[in-house]
Design a protein around this ligand. Structure first.
Ligand code: PLP
Length: 457
């Protein structure tokens, strides 16, 4: 590899001189320098200093089959030699996106049998918004174009993705959001449930906020509601069981389409192919990306339900939308092999019956009593740890974010990569984690919490 001809100092210098990173304070980055990851294998990543770090984030919620999969490299190599690229515009197609679409129709919740490809989750959500609005226009209701979303939602970083998302800091830099998108409260019981309010009652109250927004805009103006089944980047906010059935009932009642963003939850993370199946949700669209290729290639797939697709086909007329890399043959070849690995190794079943329940239990037993831990929650292989100054009062350290960043830095130093969102620590490991890997992660996180306590108190 060419980078081996460069010292760590040279790589860091070039990084600071030329590379603008996503979601980064560049002044900070230049002062502190970057951590350069050079290789990875199975559940571990390695940096230039030779540190072996357990990757508790599966890259960025995506490397579900773990690192070092020769089969995925071979699939890309073979496809690149045979046909590295051809487009799917102008009534052309290539074999791998066709076969992948057929496979996705097989594993998707019933009624979602059509696929529109992009390269990223953000692009797929842009497609979803355009498609849903196009659908209502074809139905003769172009005014039905409002979309309801939630505070703390993350739906990507393009202008439409940021507008759909409910991240205040991102909106602050948007300078003009896509119009007709409204945000309501998220189903985040830890901070938003009232004293004595049951989980069930809180879930119904959060769902009612969706209905209130629909009524305020007027149901005749509302195209769709969009939500992540479990909010990921907003802090692994897991809704009470009462939430989604009620949201679905409300959407049906007002003839509002239901769009799920499964960019994080798709492809096994919750113990089914899709969280829609884990939670019994019947959406009209599902946005997917990330683990579709386990991050080995950039690829997204918007799964489209029969209602929308039926109108698209029946009414006809060109849908003026698409990307150069829609249905990229190499990315689709890698996705096909990745789904084959997930199936062959029984990774989804393992999450459902073994590692998912074990992760929740191990985190609670090993870390739940720590005095910095306000709450531990998990769903499949998604988990969150709330960091607090005062457990009983749910009081945070000041300023917000300092404590979790401190825990995260110690976690990386003790050998487990985690993410901090405000004062919530997050885990989203590869599906290849075993009970032993979970035990190792818990040990390391416990040590990081002890070190952080010494620093914070
Ligand atoms: N939707 C969700 C739920 C996500 O978590 C993300 C990325 O983290 C996106 C959309 C955007 O995906 P991408 O970064 O591939 O554009």
């Amino acid at each position: 590899m060419t980078y081996q001809n460069y010292s760590l100092a040279q790589l860091r210098e070039a990084d600071a001189a030329h590379h603008l990173h996503p979601f980064t304070d560049h002044k900070d980055l230049r002062a502190a320098g970057s951590r350069i990851i050079t290789r990875a294998d199975g559940p571990f990543i390695y940096d230039t200093e030779g540190n072996e770090i357990l990757d508790g984030m599966a890259g960025l919620w995506c490397v579900n089959v773990g690192y070092g999969r020769d089969e995925l490299a071979d699939a890309a190599y073979t496809q690149m030699k045979e046909l590295p690229y051809y487009n799917s515009f102008f009534r052309c197609s290539t074999p791998t996106p066709v076969l992948l679409a057929r496979k996705l129709a097989e594993i998707a919740p019933s009624g979602l049998s059509q696929v529109f490809y992009g390269s990223s989750g953000s692009e797929a959500n842009d497609t979803a918004v355009r498609l849903v609005r196009h659908y209502w226009a074809l139905e003769g209701k172009p005014e039905k174009n409002h979309i309801i979303s939630r505070n703390w939602a993350y739906h990507g970083s393009t202008i439409a993705g940021t507008s759909l998302g409910g991240m205040a800091a991102m909106h602050g830099q948007l300078h003009g959001a896509v119009p007709n998108i409204t945000h309501v409260m998220p189903p985040y019981a830890y901070e938003l449930a009232e004293d004595g309010e049951s989980d069930e009652a809180f879930g119904l109250r959060a769902a009612r906020a969706v209905e209130e927004a629909i009524l305020e805009a007027g149901p005749e103006n509302v195209a769709a509601f969009i939500g992540e089944p479990v909010m990921g980047a907003g802090g692994v906010k897991i809704p009470p069981a009462s939430y989604w059935p009620e949201v679905q009932r409300i959407c049906r009642k007002h003839d509002v389409l239901l769009m799920l963003d499964e960019v994080i939850t798709g492809y096994g993370r919750t113990g089914e192919w899709f969280a829609a199946q884990s939670m019994g949700i019947e959406p009209d669209t599902i946005t997917t990306a990330k683990a579709l290729t386990s991050g080995y290639q950039p690829l997204s797939a918007l799964l489209v339900g029969d209602r929308i697709a039926g109108t698209l086909v029946e009414k006809g007329g060109e849908f003026f939308h698409g990307y150069t890399y829609s249905g990229h043959p190499v990315a689709c070849a890698v996705a096909l092999k990745n789904l084959e690995i997930i199936e062959r190794e029984g990774l989804i079943e393992r999450v459902r019956s073994e590692t998912g329940p074990y992760l929740g239990k191990a985190l609670k037993e090993r870390l739940g009593d720590h005095d910095l831990v306000g709450e531990v929650r998990s769903f499949g292989l998604l988990a969150a740890i709330e960091i607090v100054k005062d457990k009983a009062a749910k009081k945070r350290f000041d300023p917000v974010g300092r404590a979790a960043s401190c825990v995260r830095d110690h976690a990386i130093a003790t050998g487990v990569m985690m993410r901090a969102v405000n004062d919530t620590m997050i885990l989203s490991p590869p599906l290849i984690w075993t009970k032993a890997t979970i035990d190792m992660a818990c040990e390391r996180i416990a040590r990081a919490l002890d070190l952080a306590r010494t620093e914070l108190r």
